[in-house]
Design a protein around this ligand. Sequence first.
Ligand SMILES: Nc1nc2c(ncn2[C@@H]2O[C@H](COP(=O)(O)OP(=O)(O)OP(=O)(O)O)[C@@H](O)[C@H]2O)c(=O)[nH]1
Ligand SMILES: [Mg+2]
Length: 373
Amino acid sequence: MPSESKKPDWAPAGGGPEFATRVVAGVSQPASSHPRTAPPKPADLPALAGKIRAGDRGALARGITLIESRAQAHRNSAEHLLNDLMPFSGKAWRVGITGVPGAGKSTFIDALGMALCGAGRKVAVLTVDPSSPISHGSILGDKTRMESLARNPSAFIRPSPSRGEVGGVARRTRESITLCEAAGFDVVLVETVGVGQSEVLVREMVDCFLLLMIAGAGDELQGIKKGIIEMADLVAVNKADGDNRLRAEATRLEFERAMHYLSASEDAWHPPVLSCSSLSSGGVREVWNQVERFMAHGDRTGQFQERRRSQSLAWLSALLEQGLRDAFFSNRKLVALKRSLELDVAAGKVSAPFAAARLLDAAGLAAAAGKPG
Ligand SMILES: Nc1nc2c(ncn2[C@@H]2O[C@H](COP(=O)(O)OP(=O)(O)OP(=O)(O)O)[C@@H](O)[C@H]2O)c(=O)[nH]1
Ligand SMILES: [Mg+2]
């Protein structure tokens, strides 16, 4: 088992490090979850899927490593693995937690996760790690803040480095949720950085989206543009402890008022605004009670099923768009043609629609409406 104090050796530049080995300290980790372990061969996939279903967290970590790999050969294996496990997924509650850096998301997840594990639930935590290519995921070293949960045998924590491509990571996070569910985790918590794009993407893959606020950070700082507030199913003002208690309550009231003005239809959910202290765990249980209430409301109104259905369709569309883009831009001839047409369009020699139709035609995807003559 890796020692906590040992400097991790799993942070290769630009690579896809396997973090679970270190983060799930205290839980026996098989060698298969080591960062340098090669992803499984196609022939090993059925066995891997079986182990994941049996709840083998080393196998789960290995499956996620496969999913996060960018190599095309791994991509095919990952798709097979996902397909095998898909029928066994879908039963967990997927909860996204967002908020500005330092709002206390990880601390909150630690407290909530411990409470849930104490109540007999199995909790998986996926974090979209905002590490820049420069920091190489060092955020995990001292900022994970899930020390208790990391040692809990009912929990699995998996940070995923974004390496500057938030969209790609979020896409893999969605796939990782499937694996965690197949492994029997019944709550999947996804921590996301409070900076725009990742929130939208994570909101698209969870059943409940919790916005964690702090008092006095200023609306702007907290990304409280109307769009983000509207995405939240629940708001909690964290760090409501010590001297900060009153300020937190004032902030809570302020946001309660702001939320009140958001238009809502008859059977719509009215996002509650609570306060809590993740450090003392005060109020954390109440936040979860609201998650439960929200899930029950979604079940009753059919909104839960509808949200999952539309998320699956949106996922398909996103994958298709990405696939088309990748196929296009990995074709040198098409890229060269695009460059030359760009010059023509810029010089006013041909119209943009004409150039686009020509490119689609060259890609074998001629749009019915605009095939160039
Ligand atoms: N007083 C107080 N401090 C808290 C509370 N929750 C978190 N903190 C502190 O706030 C700091 C940031 O906490 P994190 O849990 O790392 O915050 P985060 O939102 O996950 O941060 P990033 O992952 O960097 O975006 C740490 O020093 C925590 O100890 C709380 O409820 N009360
Ligand atoms: Mg964090």
